[in-house]
Design a protein around this ligand. Structure first.
Ligand SMILES: [Fe+2]
Length: 265
């Protein structure tokens, strides 16, 4: 991972870390969840820069891409502090909380007004189910990098015996799933996270993100790390999940020319 102190955005990283330190979180489980969001932010910044570099964006835009990543989950800390949950549906939209904190603290002082607005837009849109077609590249880069990392964090969580309930969105490990989560696979868009009943619903929701990835770089990384295969292997085997697997496979072949099976070494 890049050392943040060497980054042109070092001053924004300092603001981020000083903000995070205002939330000490005495309970271990909550502290662990907060630390995970800090590590997530570092990785999202790295992946955002990797995508931006592949797109050959100019240095000033790289700075704005990195700054959007630094502050995108700022709202997670007051959310955890106030509501003790990461579930927006049970608390508040963490993107909106982050946007308000970012404005209130004036962390972006020194940037041009249009640059500030661009970052606010990226923060506000990063967790939306869908976004307008004509958004700046920065918004799509952040959404891709965020999804890639959330997939990694959740796959690791599913495979570990001790699951932090805050990270698992307080969802139980039930054998079935809510069939409403299959709608996205039929309609080729990502599913809503509004009505999650158990971890299998969350897995299906994350699997459906394949339809909402903007850049081939991100899709290739998701495939290389076998996140989709792992999610599928943890889901019950039935007609519904088979249909989901086929829809994912078709989408990968359409976008990358390779499907789930071919991606395996
Ligand atoms: Fe995030």
């Amino acid at each position: 991972m890049t050392e943040y102190r060497d980054s042109p955005a070092a001053e924004f990283w300092e603001s981020f870390f000083s903000y995070v330190q205002r939330f000490p979180f005495p309970a271990e489980e909550v502290r662990e969840a907060a630390t995970l969001k800090v590590d997530h932010t570092l990785r999202v910044a790295d992946s955002s820069l990797a995508i931006a570099q592949e797109l050959s964006l100019p240095p000033r835009e790289l700075l704005l891409v990195e700054t959007s990543a630094i502050f995108h989950d700022l709202g997670r800390f007051p959310q955890l502090h106030r509501y003790n949950t990461f579930r927006d549906s049970l608390s508040q939209d963490h993107a909106l909380l982050g946007y308000r904190a970012l404005k209130r603290e004036d962390f972006l002082k020194g940037l041009m007004p249009e640059e500030k607005n661009g970052i606010y837009q990226a923060v506000l849109l990063h967790n939306r189910l869908s976004i307008p077609e004509a958004v700046p590249e920065r918004v799509k880069i952040l959404r891709d990098a965020d999804k890639l990392d959330v997939l990694g964090v959740l796959v690791e969580l599913y495979l570990s015996p001790a699951k932090n309930p805050l990270v698992a969105l307080e969802l139980p490990e039930n054998p079935g799933y809510n069939p409403a989560l299959l709608a996205g696979f039929r309609e080729h868009h990502s599913s809503s996270f509004q009505n999650l009943t158990c971890l299998n619903d969350l897995r299906l929701g994350h699997l459906s993100w394949v339809f909402d990835i903007s850049y081939p770089w991100t899709l290739r990384e998701i495939l290389r790390r076998e996140y989709l295969e792992t999610l599928l292997s943890l889901l019950p085997k039935d007609g519904g999940t088979q249909e989901a697997r086929e829809a994912v496979d078709t989408e990968l072949i359409r976008r990358l020319g390779i499907g789930l099976k071919e991606s395996r070494p």
